[in-house]
Design a protein around this ligand. Structure first.
Ligand SMILES: [Zn+2]
Length: 376
């Protein structure tokens, strides 16, 4: 007997290069395997989902969200943007630093059904005391941060927001401190970029392969393209070193124009993330699935879009053996999505419009074998 059999869905699992109709068995929170339809008798499962006409993907992973709901004005409830919307893992991007980590653990990680991981902010106060967290260098406590990283594997990397309103007069110093710690503990760094100073080129030159640039496709001046629309040499070098470009949509950090230009130069996003927070849930960001729909509307393939929201983020997190895949014996995190033909306007952070058609909608979320059904 197994706990759950998902029947007749079109499986899209870029980690195994599978796109085809399969049945999927789930038992004790793990994937039993993928099977040719009808191979496993229906009676051998306690629960069944008929996924005919639907897509079944590994559980979606959102690499950049803000879910410290009671301690930061931007925090949202993790399950609301997680298992309620097809997303099984969210990674909070620096809402907390070392100072408030114990509350983050008890008030967020332990009370949500969605898996919550963390990019710990290099500033000890995180985003709990306002949004200029790197202006005062005495707030950086790398030793305390290092100690927590050693104790809590849910900390998957370090966050440093390096834009003018965050660092003020500190310049590149906080980035150097964050980078030194990241190298020491062998974790990736996620760097938020925005308005200069510091100039983007100087930031990129400090990053290693495996580090993540979030808001990489923003539409503000001083981004990855210069005034003539050419990729800046530092961005080219960073990509060659294996630095990863993440979307981190947010209220002001994703531009269709920038993304189209990058696509033309064959620079896709490595990871598609939302930067969801309280102020952008009603638009323009809405959800990870909506953000994925924007990439479908931009002409990226379903395979590319699913890969950038499952397997790639799992790789970034160093968890590709557990999540972001439907391989046997991995955690039974799955999303069942339906592609619906209905023209819908979609907006970037610059209020530019694209029409999405067809569009993905989340029908079910399955986290560690537990099923959520969404009303449509
Ligand atoms: Zn953010």
């Amino acid at each position: 007997m197994m706990d759950l059999l998902i029947q007749n869905g079109t499986v899209v699992d870029p980690s195994q290069q599978i796109q085809g109709v399969r049945d999927i068995g789930v038992n004790r929170g793990k994937i039993v395997g993928l099977f040719e339809p009808g191979m496993i008798p229906a009676a051998s499962a306690r629960e069944r989902i008929d996924a005919s006409g639907c897509l079944v993907t590994p559980g979606l992973i959102d690499l950049h969200v803000h879910v410290f709901e009671h301690r930061t004005p931007l925090g949202v409830h993790a399950d609301l943007i997680g298992v309620a919307q097809g997303v099984t893992t969210v990674v909070d991007a620096g809402s907390t630093g070392s100072r408030d980590f114990p509350s983050f653990l008890t008030e967020v990680v332990q009370v949500n059904q969605t898996q919550v991981l963390l990019w710990i902010n290099i500033a000890s106060q995180g985003l709990c005391d306002g949004l200029s967290e790197l202006a005062d260098l005495s707030q950086l406590k790398p030793e305390e941060t290092e100690e927590l990283i050693g104790q809590y594997p849910l900390i998957r990397g370090i966050k440093a927001r390096i834009s003018s309103s965050v660092v003020k007069e500190s310049g590149l110093k906080p980035l150097l401190i964050a980078k030194e710690l990241a190298r020491k503990v062998k974790l990736p760094l996620m760097v938020h970029i925005g308005n200069a100073p510091p100039p983007l080129g100087e930031i990129l030159d400090l990053l290693d392969g495996g580090d993540v640039v979030t808001h990489a496709f923003h539409g503000k001046p001083g981004g990855i393209f210069d005034g003539n629309g050419e990729l800046i040499p530092e961005a080219n070098r960073a990509l060659k070193r294996g630095v990863l470009f993440d979307v981190g949509h947010g209220s002001s950090s994703f531009s269709f124009r920038t993304m189209k230009r990058a696509k033309k130069l064959q620079i896709p996003p490595h990871t598609i993330s939302t930067d969801l927070y309280r102020q952008n849930m009603d638009g323009p960001v809405v959800s990870l699935v909506t953000t994925m729909n924007k990439f479908l509307a931009l002409g990226f393939s379903l395979e590319e879009v699913v890969k950038a929201s499952t397997w790639m983020p799992a790789e970034v997190l160093g968890l590709a053996d557990e999540i972001g895949t439907l391989k046997e014996q991995t955690i039974a995190d799955l999303s069942i999505l339906k592609m619906i033909s209905h023209p819908t306007p979609l907006f970037d952070s610059e209020n530019e419009e694209l029409v999405g058609n067809p569009q993905l909608h989340a029908l079910y979320t399955i986290k560690s074998g537990k099923v959520w059904k969404h009303d449509r």
